[in-house]
Design a protein around this ligand. Structure first.
Ligand SMILES: [Zn+2]
Length: 304
């Protein structure tokens, strides 16, 4: 489910086409994203998304001269707006690739781990609340602070991903752990196991039982940093090979954007319900979260 090595060739195809210089695929994806934005703006309750993509005229003063200038307004909504979601994820993917390359070359090791909670008959909004509070509880424990110290964990980056499937929809976290020195995979696996145990404990303390941490995916990030960064940011990508027809023949868990695509193409009201549930559940939530004082390893400023 969460193993980046299990991506299909079609996924690889679209990742590559969007990341490289503009190609026919990238143009087709951009066109479809713009069409989806137009559709979503008709029924979303998010006012800013309704306005996204509109041309505005602003007055700029240059050298004492006031001149009208046309700009495009972007809502920057990372959950609901197909265009802004896709843009935010592609920018994040590039930034993470650069960071991972630099970190591995000059700082230490990197490991990845996912966190989920068991599926319960609750609305998606409650599932968000549960996973966020479990995380908040976990990072606040003395045991986690101790683990960070023992293993020399410098920082971490959390990405929230949603897999939608009506009642079985579930949000989960992808964690990227940055260690301050080069550690063996075994040591990092030990760290992850201990954090996973803590995850179960903190979930149980909040009454969320039967946590499936044992099935979660984790592993070292050593090479293929671009593929890993794209895997982390796959939420924002359109797979052009995916069609509503495929979905109807083989329904299953999909990205929110794919649900929107099926809804827009077929008008299926159950798709709409799932999308609206998702929209409500993610409103005001953070999708990317860096640990405090996160170091992106910027280039040193040039002194002239
Ligand atoms: Zn937007």
């Amino acid at each position: 489910m969460n193993n980046p090595n299990e991506r299909t060739s079609s996924e690889n195809g679209i990742y590559l086409s969007i990341y490289s210089s503009p190609s026919t695929n990238a143009q087709a994806a951009a066109k479809e994203l713009a069409e989806l934005r137009e559709s979503v703006s008709l029924f979303t309750s998010a006012k800013s998304v309704k306005q996204c993509g509109k041309k505005l005229t602003v007055v700029k003063t240059t050298g004492g001269k006031r001149e009208p200038k046309e700009i495009t307004y972007y809502c920057k909504n990372k959950h609901v707006c197909p265009v802004c979601m896709s843009y935010a994820y592609s920018q994040l993917g590039k930034k993470l690739t650069t960071l991972l390359d630099k970190w591995l070359a000059s700082r230490g090791s990197v490991y990845t781990q996912t966190f989920t909670l068991p599926n319960r008959p609750k609305s998606l909004a409650f599932k968000y609340k549960d996973i966020v509070s479990t995380w908040g509880y976990l990072v606040g424990t003395k045991a986690f602070q101790q683990l960070k110290q023992d293993f020399g964990l410098s920082q971490y980056f959390r990405v929230t991903e949603d897999v939608l499937d009506g009642k079985n929809s579930f949000p989960h976290f992808h964690l990227t752990w940055f260690f301050g020195s080069h550690l063996s995979s075994q040591l990092m696996a030990d760290f992850c196991q201990q954090v996973a145990d803590l995850w179960v404990l903190t979930a149980n303390r909040q009454g969320i039982r039967g946590t499936q941490s044992i099935h979660q995916w984790s592993g070292p990030v050593r090479f293929g940093t671009q593929s890993y960064a794209r895997y982390l940011t796959k939420h924002g990508y359109l797979e052009l090979s995916f069609t509503p027809k495929d979905w109807l023949q083989k329904p299953g868990r999909h990205k929110p954007l794919d649900f929107l695509r099926v809804f827009v193409k077929t008008g299926d009201s159950s798709m709409y319900d799932t999308w609206v549930d998702y929209e409500r559940a993610t409103s005001g939530k953070q999708r990317f979260r860096a640990s405090s004082q996160f170091d992106w390893l910027p280039e040193p400023k040039k002194v002239s």
